[in-house]
Design a protein around this ligand. Sequence first.
Ligand SMILES: Cc1ccc(-c2noc([C@H]3C[C@@H](O)CN3)n2)cc1F
Length: 326
Amino acid sequence: AQSGTVAADPQQYDQAYLSPVTIGNSQLMLDFDTGSADLWAFSNETPASESVGHAKYDSSTGTELQGYSWSITYGDQSGAAGNVYADKVVVGGVTATKQAVEAATSISTSFSDNTDSDGLLGLAFSSINTVTPKQQTTFFDTVKPTLAKALFTCDLKQGNAGSYTFGYIDTSKYTGSVTYVPVDDSQGFWSFTAGGYSVGSDNATSGSVGVSIADTGTSLLYLPAAVAKAYYAKAGGKFDNQQGGYTLPCNGNAPDFNVAIGGKTFVVPGSYIAYAPITSGSQTCFGGIQANTGIGFNIFGDVFLKAVYAIFDVSQGAPRLGFAAQ
Ligand SMILES: Cc1ccc(-c2noc([C@H]3C[C@@H](O)CN3)n2)cc1F
């Protein structure tokens, strides 16, 4: 049975985390994204003008799936599209001998401009994979039958390298016990229900944060508008239309955000919520908590995930998420 671990290296401001992946004979840095289900990469089929500075998948090692294609649009309206190959993919020593690899033939500018990232490795449920005419499985779903345990874990860090594991739980990566909650995978996401919340030192939580997804591919923590408003009322922040979101002082006094999941309270340090100066050197920071307006559910992105050890677990049959303090 297989198991393995791979580094998750943060970009500036932990905007995304990138992990080394070998596809055929190509070594690329991919953004592992539990909020989508396509494994795609810059490739020899990507126009040179769109792939400056990127490592590329050389599809000559793969077997083309004739007539198959893919096209994906992300939450921020960025996207990519292309052809599909079956090839060997290795992540942290875990090997998928025939993984659907989606070679990009067109890519939006935000991906071309982000030269740290050579593509994405989706870890949501395969039901939202975009390959047509025959939907393909994610790397996790492809290797799942061969894993020691049908699970993967995510240990992201603030400003430091973290890791993903496949097939085992690294008990040295967390403190205390793991709290498991049921996952509703009907929309293809790792969706769970979060409970009460509080701001600052009082961690007796109240209210209800509600339906949320665990999304490593999203940088920030998107919460109900009323919760975001309550946080910034205490944090001395304000909604800044020009910035397109809440901002707050970078001065190190941002209060913690506490949220109950499965009856256990998890703490997001205030320092994670003073996310990044709105312009270089500014004393005003863009907020790591923003309103989920227009999304329809909460997104527990990296601002939350780097405060916990997260276990994405289908070993019990029904999918579940495990969270532990780190
Ligand atoms: C340039 C760029 C843009 C977007 C993303 C991106 N990756 O995952 C996600 C979230 C939102 C949802 O779509 C699924 N997870 N967004 C990555 C990028 F490198």
